[in-house]
Ligand binder design. Structure first.
Ligand code: RIB
Length: 300
Protein backbone atom coordinates (compact mmCIF):
# COMPACT_ATOMS: atom_id res chain seq x y z
CA UNK A 1 0.00 0.00 0.00
CA UNK A 2 1.32 3.45 -0.94
CA UNK A 3 0.84 6.57 1.16
CA UNK A 4 0.69 9.88 -0.71
CA UNK A 5 1.27 13.10 1.16
CA UNK A 6 0.02 15.91 -1.13
CA UNK A 7 0.96 19.09 0.70
CA UNK A 8 3.25 21.97 1.47
CA UNK A 9 7.03 22.14 1.46
CA UNK A 10 8.41 25.16 3.32
CA UNK A 11 11.67 26.73 4.32
CA UNK A 12 11.24 27.50 8.03
CA UNK A 13 13.09 30.53 9.43
CA UNK A 14 12.99 29.92 13.16
CA UNK A 15 13.79 32.79 15.52
CA UNK A 16 14.31 32.17 19.23
CA UNK A 17 12.80 35.08 21.15
CA UNK A 18 12.07 36.03 24.74
CA UNK A 19 8.38 36.62 23.89
CA UNK A 20 6.32 36.90 20.71
CA UNK A 21 6.80 40.27 19.02
CA UNK A 22 3.85 42.59 19.72
CA UNK A 23 2.10 45.24 17.64
CA UNK A 24 4.47 48.13 16.91
CA UNK A 25 7.33 46.42 18.76
CA UNK A 26 10.83 45.81 17.39
CA UNK A 27 12.41 42.79 19.04
CA UNK A 28 15.90 41.33 18.65
CA UNK A 29 15.95 37.55 18.24
CA UNK A 30 18.47 35.49 20.21
CA UNK A 31 19.14 33.17 17.27
CA UNK A 32 18.03 32.20 13.77
CA UNK A 33 17.98 28.65 12.45
CA UNK A 34 16.79 27.52 9.02
CA UNK A 35 14.94 24.21 8.88
CA UNK A 36 13.04 22.22 6.29
CA UNK A 37 9.34 22.25 7.10
CA UNK A 38 5.82 22.67 5.82
CA UNK A 39 3.06 20.48 7.19
CA UNK A 40 3.16 18.30 4.07
CA UNK A 41 6.90 17.70 4.18
CA UNK A 42 6.86 17.15 7.95
CA UNK A 43 4.09 14.57 7.73
CA UNK A 44 5.87 12.80 4.85
CA UNK A 45 9.03 12.59 6.98
CA UNK A 46 7.01 11.31 9.95
CA UNK A 47 5.36 8.67 7.77
CA UNK A 48 8.61 7.41 6.28
CA UNK A 49 10.42 7.52 9.64
CA UNK A 50 7.58 5.39 11.01
CA UNK A 51 8.17 2.85 8.23
CA UNK A 52 5.47 3.72 5.64
CA UNK A 53 6.03 3.59 1.84
CA UNK A 54 5.69 7.35 1.39
CA UNK A 55 5.25 9.57 -1.68
CA UNK A 56 5.37 13.37 -1.53
CA UNK A 57 3.49 15.57 -4.02
CA UNK A 58 3.56 19.36 -4.17
CA UNK A 59 5.52 22.27 -5.63
CA UNK A 60 8.66 24.20 -4.73
CA UNK A 61 10.77 26.93 -6.30
CA UNK A 62 14.42 26.49 -7.28
CA UNK A 63 15.42 27.90 -3.87
CA UNK A 64 13.94 24.81 -2.21
CA UNK A 65 15.92 22.04 -3.90
CA UNK A 66 17.52 21.13 -0.56
CA UNK A 67 14.05 20.11 0.66
CA UNK A 68 13.92 17.46 -2.05
CA UNK A 69 17.36 16.18 -1.05
CA UNK A 70 16.23 15.89 2.54
CA UNK A 71 13.08 13.98 1.60
CA UNK A 72 15.08 11.64 -0.61
CA UNK A 73 17.68 11.06 2.09
CA UNK A 74 14.86 10.08 4.45
CA UNK A 75 13.50 7.61 1.88
CA UNK A 76 10.46 9.53 0.58
CA UNK A 77 9.64 9.18 -3.16
CA UNK A 78 9.81 12.70 -4.66
CA UNK A 79 9.01 12.27 -8.35
CA UNK A 80 5.66 14.03 -7.79
CA UNK A 81 7.20 17.25 -6.46
CA UNK A 82 7.31 19.92 -9.20
CA UNK A 83 10.10 22.48 -9.30
CA UNK A 84 8.78 25.82 -10.60
CA UNK A 85 11.09 28.46 -12.05
CA UNK A 86 8.67 31.38 -11.57
CA UNK A 87 7.78 30.84 -7.89
CA UNK A 88 9.61 30.95 -4.59
CA UNK A 89 9.37 28.00 -2.24
CA UNK A 90 6.82 28.53 0.53
CA UNK A 91 8.27 29.76 3.78
CA UNK A 92 7.38 30.13 7.42
CA UNK A 93 8.66 32.72 9.88
CA UNK A 94 8.47 31.00 13.26
CA UNK A 95 8.98 32.66 16.64
CA UNK A 96 9.89 30.31 19.47
CA UNK A 97 9.52 31.74 22.95
CA UNK A 98 11.08 30.74 26.27
CA UNK A 99 8.23 28.34 27.12
CA UNK A 100 8.78 26.43 23.86
CA UNK A 101 5.56 27.80 22.33
CA UNK A 102 5.57 29.09 18.79
CA UNK A 103 3.69 31.33 16.40
CA UNK A 104 4.04 31.10 12.64
CA UNK A 105 3.69 33.51 9.71
CA UNK A 106 3.26 31.65 6.42
CA UNK A 107 4.01 32.61 2.82
CA UNK A 108 2.47 30.04 0.44
CA UNK A 109 4.65 30.64 -2.65
CA UNK A 110 4.86 27.53 -4.84
CA UNK A 111 2.52 25.66 -2.46
CA UNK A 112 -0.28 27.80 -3.86
CA UNK A 113 0.55 27.03 -7.52
CA UNK A 114 -0.84 23.47 -7.67
CA UNK A 115 -2.70 22.84 -10.95
CA UNK A 116 -5.50 20.39 -11.74
CA UNK A 117 -3.34 18.77 -14.45
CA UNK A 118 -0.72 18.14 -11.76
CA UNK A 119 -3.35 16.64 -9.46
CA UNK A 120 -4.61 14.31 -12.21
CA UNK A 121 -1.08 13.21 -13.10
CA UNK A 122 -0.14 12.49 -9.49
CA UNK A 123 -3.31 10.64 -8.54
CA UNK A 124 -3.15 8.48 -11.69
CA UNK A 125 -0.17 6.79 -10.03
CA UNK A 126 -2.24 5.59 -7.03
CA UNK A 127 -4.76 2.79 -6.67
CA UNK A 128 -7.88 2.05 -4.61
CA UNK A 129 -6.87 1.37 -1.02
CA UNK A 130 -3.82 3.65 -1.11
CA UNK A 131 -3.90 6.52 1.39
CA UNK A 132 -3.86 10.27 0.68
CA UNK A 133 -2.85 12.65 3.48
CA UNK A 134 -3.77 16.31 3.19
CA UNK A 135 -3.29 19.43 5.29
CA UNK A 136 -4.49 22.93 4.42
CA UNK A 137 -1.40 24.69 3.05
CA UNK A 138 -1.93 24.11 -0.70
CA UNK A 139 -4.56 25.22 -3.23
CA UNK A 140 -6.95 22.92 -5.15
CA UNK A 141 -7.87 21.01 -1.99
CA UNK A 142 -11.52 20.24 -2.95
CA UNK A 143 -10.44 18.98 -6.38
CA UNK A 144 -7.75 16.75 -4.86
CA UNK A 145 -10.25 15.31 -2.36
CA UNK A 146 -12.90 14.65 -5.01
CA UNK A 147 -10.47 13.04 -7.46
CA UNK A 148 -8.82 10.89 -4.80
CA UNK A 149 -12.18 9.71 -3.47
CA UNK A 150 -13.35 8.88 -7.01
CA UNK A 151 -10.20 6.76 -7.48
CA UNK A 152 -10.92 4.84 -4.27
CA UNK A 153 -8.12 6.27 -2.13
CA UNK A 154 -8.61 6.62 1.62
CA UNK A 155 -8.57 10.32 2.45
CA UNK A 156 -6.93 11.62 5.64
CA UNK A 157 -7.45 15.33 6.37
CA UNK A 158 -5.53 17.37 8.92
CA UNK A 159 -7.40 20.72 8.57
CA UNK A 160 -4.44 22.81 9.59
CA UNK A 161 -4.08 25.74 9.44
CA UNK A 162 -7.84 25.99 9.94
CA UNK A 163 -9.69 28.44 7.70
CA UNK A 164 -13.43 28.74 7.24
CA UNK A 165 -13.13 27.78 3.54
CA UNK A 166 -12.54 24.23 4.80
CA UNK A 167 -16.26 24.09 5.63
CA UNK A 168 -16.87 24.23 1.86
CA UNK A 169 -14.57 21.25 1.17
CA UNK A 170 -16.22 17.87 0.36
CA UNK A 171 -15.70 16.68 3.95
CA UNK A 172 -17.98 13.68 3.40
CA UNK A 173 -15.04 12.07 1.55
CA UNK A 174 -12.76 12.19 4.58
CA UNK A 175 -12.04 8.78 6.13
CA UNK A 176 -9.78 10.08 8.94
CA UNK A 177 -10.03 13.59 10.36
CA UNK A 178 -7.04 14.49 12.55
CA UNK A 179 -7.22 17.86 14.27
CA UNK A 180 -6.57 19.78 17.46
CA UNK A 181 -9.05 21.37 19.84
CA UNK A 182 -8.88 24.86 18.32
CA UNK A 183 -9.42 23.51 14.83
CA UNK A 184 -12.34 21.37 16.08
CA UNK A 185 -14.06 24.38 17.65
CA UNK A 186 -13.73 26.33 14.40
CA UNK A 187 -14.83 23.42 12.22
CA UNK A 188 -17.94 22.93 14.35
CA UNK A 189 -18.49 26.71 14.56
CA UNK A 190 -18.86 26.20 18.30
CA UNK A 191 -19.75 29.10 20.54
CA UNK A 192 -19.88 27.21 23.82
CA UNK A 193 -16.89 25.78 25.68
CA UNK A 194 -16.86 21.98 25.62
CA UNK A 195 -14.60 19.30 27.02
CA UNK A 196 -12.42 17.25 24.69
CA UNK A 197 -14.80 14.31 25.02
CA UNK A 198 -17.80 16.45 24.14
CA UNK A 199 -15.96 17.91 21.15
CA UNK A 200 -15.04 14.47 19.85
CA UNK A 201 -18.69 13.33 20.17
CA UNK A 202 -19.86 16.47 18.33
CA UNK A 203 -17.34 15.81 15.55
CA UNK A 204 -18.51 12.21 15.20
CA UNK A 205 -22.13 13.37 14.97
CA UNK A 206 -21.23 16.03 12.41
CA UNK A 207 -19.06 13.65 10.33
CA UNK A 208 -20.63 10.17 10.60
CA UNK A 209 -18.55 7.54 8.84
CA UNK A 210 -15.35 9.48 9.52
CA UNK A 211 -12.87 8.36 12.17
CA UNK A 212 -11.97 11.37 14.29
CA UNK A 213 -8.64 11.85 16.06
CA UNK A 214 -8.71 14.88 18.34
CA UNK A 215 -5.45 16.06 19.92
CA UNK A 216 -5.80 17.99 23.16
CA UNK A 217 -2.28 19.19 24.04
CA UNK A 218 -1.48 18.35 27.67
CA UNK A 219 -4.79 16.43 27.92
CA UNK A 220 -3.60 13.84 25.37
CA UNK A 221 -5.77 12.71 22.46
CA UNK A 222 -9.05 10.94 21.72
CA UNK A 223 -9.94 8.62 18.83
CA UNK A 224 -13.60 8.09 18.04
CA UNK A 225 -15.44 6.18 15.32
CA UNK A 226 -18.80 4.38 15.20
CA UNK A 227 -17.44 1.36 17.09
CA UNK A 228 -14.53 2.49 19.19
CA UNK A 229 -13.31 5.22 21.54
CA UNK A 230 -9.65 5.32 22.58
CA UNK A 231 -8.25 7.86 25.03
CA UNK A 232 -4.49 8.35 24.91
CA UNK A 233 -2.76 10.32 27.67
CA UNK A 234 0.24 12.52 26.86
CA UNK A 235 3.76 11.39 27.83
CA UNK A 236 5.59 13.73 30.13
CA UNK A 237 8.72 15.42 28.67
CA UNK A 238 10.69 18.67 28.85
CA UNK A 239 9.30 20.79 25.98
CA UNK A 240 11.83 22.69 23.87
CA UNK A 241 9.85 23.41 20.69
CA UNK A 242 6.33 22.25 19.78
CA UNK A 243 6.77 22.85 16.01
CA UNK A 244 5.80 19.75 13.99
CA UNK A 245 4.53 17.83 17.04
CA UNK A 246 1.08 17.56 15.42
CA UNK A 247 2.65 16.53 12.11
CA UNK A 248 4.66 13.84 13.88
CA UNK A 249 1.51 12.55 15.57
CA UNK A 250 -0.40 12.41 12.26
CA UNK A 251 2.39 10.64 10.36
CA UNK A 252 3.05 8.01 13.02
CA UNK A 253 -0.67 7.38 13.61
CA UNK A 254 -1.41 6.77 9.93
CA UNK A 255 1.75 4.70 9.49
CA UNK A 256 0.61 2.53 12.41
CA UNK A 257 -2.93 2.12 11.04
CA UNK A 258 -1.76 1.28 7.51
CA UNK A 259 0.67 -1.28 8.91
CA UNK A 260 -2.27 -3.05 10.57
CA UNK A 261 -1.75 -1.91 14.14
CA UNK A 262 -4.83 -1.53 16.31
CA UNK A 263 -6.08 2.02 16.87
CA UNK A 264 -4.89 1.80 20.49
CA UNK A 265 -1.37 0.81 19.39
CA UNK A 266 -1.26 3.49 16.68
CA UNK A 267 -2.44 6.18 19.12
CA UNK A 268 0.22 5.21 21.65
CA UNK A 269 2.92 5.14 18.97
CA UNK A 270 1.85 8.59 17.71
CA UNK A 271 1.82 10.07 21.23
CA UNK A 272 5.31 8.70 21.93
CA UNK A 273 6.74 10.04 18.66
CA UNK A 274 5.18 13.49 19.27
CA UNK A 275 6.60 13.49 22.82
CA UNK A 276 10.11 13.04 21.41
CA UNK A 277 9.55 15.71 18.72
CA UNK A 278 8.78 18.44 21.27
CA UNK A 279 12.09 17.82 23.07
CA UNK A 280 14.01 18.92 19.95
CA UNK A 281 14.21 22.21 18.02
CA UNK A 282 12.88 22.74 14.51
CA UNK A 283 10.26 21.15 12.29
CA UNK A 284 11.23 18.05 10.31
CA UNK A 285 14.64 17.57 12.04
CA UNK A 286 12.76 17.04 15.33
CA UNK A 287 10.82 14.02 14.01
CA UNK A 288 12.18 10.76 15.44
CA UNK A 289 12.81 7.43 13.74
CA UNK A 290 10.65 4.44 14.67
CA UNK A 291 13.70 2.81 16.31
CA UNK A 292 14.13 5.84 18.60
CA UNK A 293 10.47 5.68 19.60
CA UNK A 294 10.80 1.98 20.40
CA UNK A 295 14.02 2.40 22.40
CA UNK A 296 12.97 5.46 24.39
CA UNK A 297 11.60 5.07 27.92
CA UNK A 298 8.38 7.06 28.40
CA UNK A 299 6.73 8.34 31.55
CA UNK A 300 3.03 9.20 31.69
O1 RIB B 1 3.35 22.24 11.51
C1 RIB B 1 4.56 22.95 11.49
C2 RIB B 1 4.77 23.60 10.16
O2 RIB B 1 3.81 24.59 9.96
C3 RIB B 1 6.10 24.29 10.02
O3 RIB B 1 7.11 23.45 9.55
C4 RIB B 1 5.78 25.45 9.07
O4 RIB B 1 6.40 25.35 7.82
C5 RIB B 1 4.27 25.48 8.96
O5 RIB B 1 3.83 25.01 7.77
Amino acid sequence: MKILCFGSLNIDYTYRVDHFVGKGETLSADSLQIFSGGKGLNQAIALVNAGADTYMAGSIGEDGLFLLKQLEAAGVHTEHVRVLTQERTGNAITQNDREGDNCILLYGGANRAITREQVDRVLADFLPGDYLILQNEINEMPYIMETAHARGLKVVLNPSPMEYCILEFPLEYVDYLILNEVEAVQLLREKIIRTGEELSIALQERFPGTAVVLTLGEQGSVYRDENEVIVQPVFSVQTVDTTAAGDTFTGFFIAGITRGQSVKEAMELAAKAAAIAVTRPGASPSIPLLSEVKENIFVL
